[in-house]
Design a protein around this ligand. Structure first.
Ligand code: F6P
Length: 527
């Protein structure tokens, strides 16, 4: 059994605190030795990706200390306990089983009398069979016409991951002739979200997937009612147009008003549910079950690599260790995810939930306050757009923000043009290479306004092309990085009590059970 200790109780952490080394990236990346460092500080990932950390603020000495930290913190042992079915989600008294949706890393996990891997595979097979029937025109609307659009209704983990993955593969699927149905998403309780989507689709040929693990989320149930109302107004029977994805214990599971229902369970956190039925239904309908299976294979391969006990050969563990070093030793408060791939436009938004809902905690897994900082504030935008937005602060602001770039050698569509001697893809790649060096090395200038201090750390995940496999690997990398950071900080990364208070107060406002500030704010908002 692993020993769950606070970060500041570990000798290897104390050794890091006492180590005065501060790697100067300007000199580390200078000249030929700098080039060699870029070649050396790289570790292969699954899905044809590699993790290059040459521009992170570490050297061999710090890496050795991080290696010791990983071992003293028993990161590999804790991951093994997790995938073998230990109750790692102490707050909610649940297992943490999202890895089982894409492979069996360890022993069979039996819970509620069921082999959980078999249960998730069974749901995938049910979804695959349903998707194939929809694509074959065997499941149709009441007029016997095929469904052409799939619309997911859900929020948080029931929206962000599946949406990010759909967008990441939409153009790839178009280029490969794999786009079976267009997907749209309704998440916000703002009626303009549902109206906006409904006004641009043909509801008569749309299949709606209601996704809610709990089956109780107010926004999602409200949007379901909104959509059902629109269907009725169009003279359609909602039951012919809706499927549900939920947990078997949720109130939705008992509802017969759906064409079909697919299940996940309480052992899969919402933000980790993209590889469960939550992502499986929409992605299998949009791209076909084979593409979803390839995405799962990429994630499974990366999970396997994440189980490697050697930190320097385990990219997710290494990324997590360096991130904790940046947060707790160097004192950096934020981190940015900057994919140089338009397809990954919503990936930072997904990681925002995955990371900040997991590790934005002040008490350890036993409910005791911790005396060190935990999860960073995460934000991001695709490059090069971000360059024309917030990079000014990243280059010359007072905060140092460690950056996580993602880049590919090829685009998804295979279409490009040569302008001024280079293709758009080359311009994209040139920008990310330039940014890494500009952030790290800076530039001197007599005019302080034009001076770049440099010393701003980054890493980059590089791949050949964003495909279902490489996307699965990318998702797993970040999920496992977050998990390892939670282990290091001794947090329960799998509950989210911090979202509850706002929900309770909103209910009070709607019930007009308010006083004081809450009453006045409600009044100001016209409720
Ligand atoms: O509000 C937070 C949250 O509980 C997330 O963790 C979750 O992803 C989201 O709400 C949606 O929950 P559900 O799938 O149960 O509707």
């Amino acid at each position: 059994m692993a020993d769950w200790k606070n970060l500041d109780q570990l000798d290897s952490y104390k050794a890091l605190v006492e180590d005065p080394t501060r790697v100067d990236l300007r000199s580390a990346l200078a000249g030929e030795p700098g080039g060699q460092r870029v070649r050396d500080y790289s570790v292969p990932m699954a899905g044809g990706l590699s993790f290059n950390y040459a521009a992170r603020q570490v050297d061999d000495g710090i890496l050795q200390k991080l290696d010791a930290l990983a071992k003293e913190s028993q990161l590999a042992e804790k991951f093994a306990e997790l995938y073998n079915g230990a109750m790692v989600n102490t707050g909610e008294k649940r297992l943490v089983l999202h890895h089982l949706t894409r492979g069996q890393l360890g022993d069979p996990v039996i819970a509620e009398g069921v082999d959980k891997r078999a249960f998730y595979v069974e749901q995938q097979e049910r979804i695959a069979a349903f998707a194939k029937r929809v694509h074959a025109g065997e499941v149709t609307n009441a007029a016997g016409e095929p469904f052409t659009t799939v619309v997911q209704i859900g929020i948080g983990g029931s929206d962000l991951g599946p949406r990010a993955v759909y967008l990441a593969l939409e153009n790839w699927a178009r280029a490969e002739g794999e786009l079976k149905m267009e997907a749209r998403f309704i998440s916000n309780v703002d009626p303009d979200d549902a109206v906006g989507v409904l006004s641009t689709i043909d509801v008569a040929h749309s299949l709606f997937i209601l996704v809610s693990k709990s089956g109780t989320t107010l926004e999602t149930l409200t949007n379901e009612a909104f959509v059902k109302d629109a269907l009725v107004k169009a003279g359609l029977n909602p039951a012919d147009h809706m499927v549900a994805v939920t947990s078997q214990t949720s109130p939705l599971a008992q509802n017969s008003g759906y064409l079909a229902a697919f299940f996940m369970d309480d052992h899969i956190g919402g933000r980790y549910s993209s590889t469960s039925a939550v992502g499986g239904a929409v992605l299998s309908l949009a791209f076909g079950p084979e593409v979803f299976a390839a995405f799962l294979d990429g994630a499974a391969a990366m999970d396997k690599l994440s189980a490697t006990a050697e930190p320097l050969e385990n990219p997710a563990m290494l990324d997590a260790l360096i991130g904790v070093y940046e947060r707790n030793i160097l004192g950096y408060e934020c981190t940015a995810v900057l994919p140089y791939s338009q397809a990954l436009s919503r990936f930072p938004a997904h990681l925002q939930q995955a990371d900040m809902e997991s590790n934005g905690k002040s008490v350890n897994r036993f409910g005791e306050p911790v005396d060190y900082v935990t999860g960073p504030v995460l934000f991001g935008e695709p490059g090069t757009n971000g360059q024309h937005s917030f990079y000014q602060l990243l280059h010359q602001g007072k905060n140092i923000v460690p950056l996580q770039f993602v880049g590919f050698r090829q685009n998804q569509s295979g279409t490009d043009v040569l302008i001024e001697g280079s293709s758009s893809q080359q311009k994209l790649g040139a920008n990310v290479a330039a940014q890494i060096v500009a952030f790290a090395c800076g530039k001197d200038d007599d005019d302080p306004n034009k001076r770049f201090d440099g010393g701003r750390p980054s890493s980059i995940i590089i791949g050949e092309r964003l495909t279902p496999e490489s996307l699965g690997a990318l998702l797993s990398h970040f999920e496992n990085k977050i998990m390892f950071q939670g282990f290091l900080w001794n947090l329960n990364s799998f509950d989210q009590e911090g979202v509850q208070l706002g929900k309770v107060l909103a209910k009070r406002v709607l019930a007009h059970n308010t006083d004081g500030a809450l009453a006045v704010y409600s009044e100001l908002l016209g409720i």
